[in-house]
Ligand binder design. Structure first.
Ligand code: ADP
Length: 934
């Protein structure tokens, strides 16, 4: 019988069992994991509710007695079974094995499964039990991660660009294979913990480190920076690098990462390209410099040839000599044109041709150009005609030199290729805007014409329509190529119409600005006289009226226009009645009905009209005109075409004259204008003997007084010390010691104190663009290019120093001390022969500078010929009765012979001083002697 205690304990045991069962059920019913118990044959004994759900059963007990074969595909079931067999036979558990489960519907799930041997109370293994957790989701995430990793790896291992990740201290945490390779590492992992300092030179590593620290500090990425990488073995590579801050999942910066792409090849190519470009540019510069230099070198002697020939042509010559010299001049001019062409063409090639824009008067330009070409036409008996539109903008803004060049080329060609007939230049307004005008130029000839098939080609360089005619006509074939380019620069085009043997017609258009303000540089006194002065212009030709009107307005005068004699008298009458008579009348001599002289007669008879000064303008001078003018009380008589400067000077002469009462007044003509030009004191600074001499002689012919300097230093000194004060300086830009630019700058600096301004004209042989700007920037007022053409030089000087000429006041001739030049003695020596005197003086003036130069050059070398040259000079001066010069030369001669260098130098200066005094004196005597003879 069971004791009470037994009962109690049984009861207790039963209760405990119940409780355990309850706990187990709770477990089996609620745990989300699959729990199972199986016998040795793999038959389910019991499964959890979650497991039943996984197996697709309504309740867990439906699984009892079934095996995996009932739920899974055979293969899968067998796999499970084998695993369980292993556990039952070995007794070893299978822990957390990740099992892939394939379901009949193809679905795949993953479980983490633990299987344990199931033992009876005696410890015999009677089956298995286990827990499986669904880890499909985790598995998927892992797989995705794996895939991403794989992609990353692929990227890191195969990309040719280098990739790195670094920590906050710029130590590598990851690098890709490409970077490992360039570091010389087998495995990217070997770089971990190292930094740029371990692989690159300090220079590069330092920069990279600084960049990365900046990125870490600011959080700002560095994009596509081109980095120069220097390696310890000295080789250099280039990379384009992008670096970014590396952030953790919270966004905190934990380092940097970056990608670099090698651009060494590209950089090398760039560098090669740059080097090539620099080399090409240097070569080009060298070429330009060479051209500039050559042009200088060639122009300087050309200057001498042309200038001296021009001077020689002004002297009395036998017809034969004149013929020779004319040929010399012609050849020299041709040569100069050729040089200019070649220089221009090179500039075109170098893309350096540019326009030098200034204001100019088209009428002037055309008439000057045509007049210059007229002799060429005359020679062949061709008639040269030109016409410009009447309603023409007074002044244009453009490059007059280049326009002239195109015209000279086209008209020159027309003359060259025409044997009979005429050459005509016509200008029309193509279109006109507010401040721009397009002109259409047309050059027509009656010459050989150009066959159709050549018409396009001749605009190419070096092409001539018929190369067999080259010899006959000469030329380079560059003219039209240059003209084409120039026209293009002037925003126009060039074309032609032509027929063989019927002549040619070349057209071109060009755009110009219309100059608003007329700004002839007038001296202040001239301005006062001209401003607001009424002037009556009488001419039947509308074009002429317009031209005169434009010129007069340009000087701020107030022109009134009249079409003929009658209108003139009416206008004069009316002005008188209004109490505002015209101080000046410009009267055309040739008019229908009532010509200029008739008007003047009427005018003279009618006392009420008197009071105006009349300037008669005529297109053809007739014998006796001048005396008729005098009789009629006309103030000036000028032959058309009249240069602007001439008209201005004429007007100033007429208006500036004190009114003459009854006495026979002087008639202003082209000649008196020239005579009345202001006599200037000019400093010519020029190192080349020939050029100095030429400039001097040209200016002396105008009656100016010339002093010279051979270096910039000397020029400044002379200018400073000159007591009388120079009126103008001609300054060569290239001189030893101190060039013209520096000298000018120095003078301008010193003038700041005195407040004065001496006009300085630059003389340059360079013909490169930008020269003008350089001259003006240096403080020069104007610019003439070599070879110096006297017309250009005079006009430039006139414009700068124009003053009211004072015809009544004779320029005082200084009494010269006898020692400088004994005029009487000299004249008796040459037997009062002006020609002989002139020849002697010319010779002396040419020889002197050369001798002086040789003395100077010989001095340093202690050459015997130094003394000899001194003796020559002494002799020459003595011949000319120039005592002080000859004495100074004697001194130099002696000192040089004695070898006293320092003393000779000062003697030489004395000699130069004497020569400067002698030159004007000689010229004065020369001029005087010539006048005597006439
Ligand atoms: P160049 O006159 O120095 O030979 P250009 O370029 O000025 O060079 O002219 C090229 C060629 O065009 C000339 O050689 C000539 O054959 C032809 N040409 C130019 N103008 C005329 C013209 N007015 N009449 C006939 N042929 C011309």
């Amino acid at each position: 019988m069971a004791s009470r205690e037994d009962v109690t304990s049984r009861e207790q045991a039963k209760e405990e069992l119940m409780e355990e069962k309850y706990l187990l059920r709770t477990l089996m019913d609620n745990l989300p994991d699959c729990i199972y118990f199986k016998d040795r044959q793999g038959r389910f004994l019991r499964i959890s509710r979650a497991h039943a759900e996984v197996l697709g059963l309504g309740t867990p007990d439906q699984a009892v007695g079934k095996t995996d074969l009932d739920f899974y595909p055979t293969e899968q079931a067998e796999e499970f079974h084998n695993a369980e067999q292993e556990v039952t036979t070995t007794g070893k558990p299978m822990i957390a094995k990740e099992e892939r489960q394939t379901w009949p519907d193809g679905r795949v799930t993953w479980f983490s499964t633990t299987k344990m041997p199931l033992r009876d109370a005696n410890g015999n293994i009677i089956g298995t039990f286990g827990v499986s957790r669904d880890i499909t989701e985790r598995k998927q995430t892992e797989a995705e991660l794996m895939a991403e990793r794989h992609l990353l790896r692929t990227l890191m291992d195969n990309l040719p660009d280098v990739i790195y990740f670094k920590d906050l201290a710029s130590r590598f945490t990851h690098i890709n294979r490409a970077l490992a390779r360039s570091f010389g590492l087998d495995d990217p992992a070997q770089a971990v913990g190292k930094s740029d300092f371990d692989f690159f030179t300090g220079e590069h590593a330092q920069q990279a480190f600084a960049d990365e620290q900046e990125i870490i500090r600011t959080g700002q990425a560095m994009l596509g920076k081109e980095e120069k990488e220097t390696w310890p073995d000295g080789h250099v590579t280039w990379a384009s690098t992008t670096k970014m801050p590396l952030r953790d999942s919270n966004g905190k910066i934990i380092g940097t990462f970056g990608v670099s792409r090698g651009i060494t090849r590209r950089k090398q190519a760039e560098e090669e390209l740059r080097n090539a470009k620099e080399a090409a540019e240097a070569a080009n510069r060298a070429k330009s410099d060479f051209l500039a230099m050559m042009s200088h070198e060639i122009r300087t002697p050309m200057n001498g040839i042309i200038g001296m020939t021009e001077l020689a042509l002004d002297t009395p010559l036998s017809p034969e000599q004149r013929g020779f010299l004319n040929s010399v001049k012609e050849s020299a001019d041709t040569l100069l044109t050729l040089i200019n062409d070649i220089l221009d063409f090179s500039k075109i090639e170098a893309g350096k041709l540019s326009l030098d824009v200034g204001e100019f008067d088209l009428q002037d330009l055309i008439s000057n150009t045509m007049r210059a070409l007229a002799p060429r036409g005359d020679e062949k008996g061709l008639e040269l005609t030109w016409e410009t539109p009447p309603d023409f903008p007074p002044r244009l803004a453009g490059d007059p030199g280049r326009l002239r060049q195109v015209l000279v080329n086209l008209v020159g060609n027309a003359i060259k290729f025409t044997e009979r007939g005429e050459v005509d230049l016509r200008v029309e307004i193509d279109s006109q805007g507010e401040d721009r005008v397009t002109l259409h130029f047309c050059v027509t000839d009656t010459g050989i014409g150009i066959p159709q098939e050549k018409q396009q080609q001749i605009f190419d360089p070096f092409v001539q329509a018929d190369s067999s005619t080259t010899r006959k006509y000469g030329g380079t074939g560059l003219g039209l190529a240059i003209s084409t380019r120039l026209v293009k620069l002037m925003e126009g085009r060039i074309w032609l119409e032509s027929e063989r043997n019927q002549g040619s017609r070349f057209h071109f258009t060009a755009k110009f600005g219309i100059a608003k303000e007329l700004q002839p540089q007038l001296a202040p006194a001239a301005k006062v006289i001209l401003r607001g002065t009424p002037v009556l212009v009488v001419d039947d030709n509308a074009t002429n009226r317009r031209i005169l009107e434009a010129m007069l307005k340009g000087w701020s005068m107030e022109p009134t226009l009249a079409e003929g004699g009658k209108e003139c008298l009416v206008a004069l009458q009316r002005a008188r009645e209004l109490g505002k008579p015209f101080p000046l009348v410009l009267l055309d001599a040739h008019m229908p009905d009532m010509d200029g002289f008739m008007v003047a007669e009427r005018y003279q008879q009618d006392r009420t009209l008197a009071g105006s000064a009349v300037m008669m303008l005529t297109s053809a001078g007739h014998r006796g005109d001048a005396s008729r003018c005098r009789e009629l009380g006309i103030s000036a008589y000028l032959v058309k075409p009249i240069r602007r400067s001439e008209l201005l000077e004429g007007i100033l002469l007429v208006l500036g004259k004190p009114s003459q009462k009854g006495d026979r007044h002087e008639l202003v003509t082209r000649h008196t204008i020239r005579e009345a030009r202001r006599k200037l004191r000019v400093l010519v600074a020029e190192d080349s003997v020939i050029n100095r001499e030429l400039a001097m002689r040209l200016l002396q012919k105008q009656g100016h007084t010339i002093l010279t300097a051979t270096t910039g230093v000397e020029a400044v000194e002379r200018w400073e010390k000159d007591a009388e004060g120079f009126n103008i300086i001609l300054m060569d830009v290239q001189m030893p010691d101190m060039d013209g630019f520096q000298a000018t700058a120095m003078i301008r600096e010193k003038e700041k104190i005195s407040g004065k301004h001496i006009p300085i004209i630059a003389m340059t042989a360079y013909a490169m663009a930008g020269d003008r700007e350089r001259c003006l920037a240096a403080g020069m007022d104007a610019y003439v290019s070599k070879p110096i053409r006297h017309q250009e030089l005079f006009e430039t000087i006139q414009a700068l120093v124009m003053d009211v000429p004072n015809i009544s006041k004779k320029v005082p001739v200084e009494e010269l001390p006898k020692e400088v030049l004994d005029e009487a003695l000299l004249m008796s020596r040459v037997d009062n022969d002006a020609q002989l005197l002139k020849d002697l003086v010319d010779l002396f003036l040419t020889e002197c500078p050369r001798l002086l130069d040789e003395i100077r050059a010989g001095l340093d070398k202690k050459e015997a010929k130094t003394a000899e040259r001194g003796a020559q000079l002494r002799g020459a001066a003595a011949n000319l009765a120039a005592k002080s010069t000859s004495e100074a030369a004697l001194k130099v001669e002696r000192l040089a012979a004695a070898g006293d260098l320092a003393q000779t130098e000062s003697g030489l200066q004395e000699l130069e001083y004497e020569l400067e005094r002698l030159k004007p004196a000689l010229l004065a005597v020369q001029v005087g002697a010539e006048k005597e003879q006439i």
